[in-house]
Design a protein around this ligand. Structure first.
Ligand SMILES: *Cc1c(COP(=O)(O)O)cnc(C)c1O
Length: 232
């Protein structure tokens, strides 16, 4: 199906040039920003085509679909888990994901730690922060993370490598800028108070509508779905 490949290639080219432009504006290198293709609404055939075009980091938000797709598509691919994770679904996600972006409570982190120990794993995770404070959003509040940071970073069997956030969905992406900036400042603040083995290098922020602004504000992982898979 060459048409499918063409529109995916076009979408990818446009996204990649917008990534490059945002990096230029911010004085950053494109190699500092990893594109995670969010595949939750895409057909498997499309996902496969995208990997043939060189996108090897893929994100799913439901454990069931992650497991199925990781079984179908694994060679050379790195799966990221980006959705709300229930405590009883930790095991399958740990079996498949290289990074969990969405650890949204201390309880969940402790559960991941316990399951990781059973599986002899040391998974990489990001803590999801509800920067905007919207009650509809998952995530740890800025204040809770500040006050509990010593408890979070002492949890064993996990490697906390950064923070993640979702900006409010609004028409003007500039509205997201202060949210992204606050996540970066919170990361900087926690870094000063981090144990020597904890390195908060990753900021997972920015989606189809606001990734350019997230890159300007320091994103190292951007999670893009609809812009990549949209039909022409
Ligand atoms: C769906 C989803 C995305 C991608 O959203 P798009 O607007 O389609 O790019 C990114 N992050 C999370 C957590 C998601 O659930």
């Amino acid at each position: 199906m060459p048409h499918m490949r063409d529109h995916l290639a076009d979408n990818l080219n446009r996204v990649q040039s917008e990534i490059a432009a945002a990096c230029r504006r911010a004085g950053r290198l494109p190699s500092e920003v990893k594109l995670v293709a969010v595949t939750k609404y895409a057909e498997l055939t499309e996902v496969r085509r995208l990997t043939e075009l060189g996108v090897v980091d893929l994100g799913e938000s439901r454990p069931q679909q992650l497991s199925e797709r990781a079984d179908q598509l694994s060679a050379g691919v790195q799966w990221h888990f980006i959705g709300h994770l229930q405590r009883n679904k930790v095991k399958p996600v740990l079996s498949h994901a290289v990074l969990i972006h969405s650890v949204d409570s201390l309880r969940l982190l402790e559960r991941i730690s316990a399951v990781a120990e059973e599986m002899s794993l040391r998974p990489r995770v990001l803590l999801e922060v509800n920067v905007s404070g919207e009650t509809s959003k998952n995530g740890i509040s800025n204040d809770e993370l500040r006050s509990q940071w010593d408890v979070f970073q002492a949890v064993p069997n996990v490697e906390i490598t950064g923070l993640m956030t979702m900006a409010p969905l609004v028409d003007d992406p500039e509205t997201a800028r202060p949210v992204f900036r606050q996540l970066r400042l919170l990361r900087d603040e926690l870094t000063i108070r981090s144990l020597s083995h904890v390195k908060l290098t990753e900021l997972s922020m920015g989606m189809s509508g606001d990734f350019a602004i997230a890159i300007e504000e320091g994103a190292t992982l951007i999670r893009i779905g609809s812009r990549l898979f949209a039909s022409p």
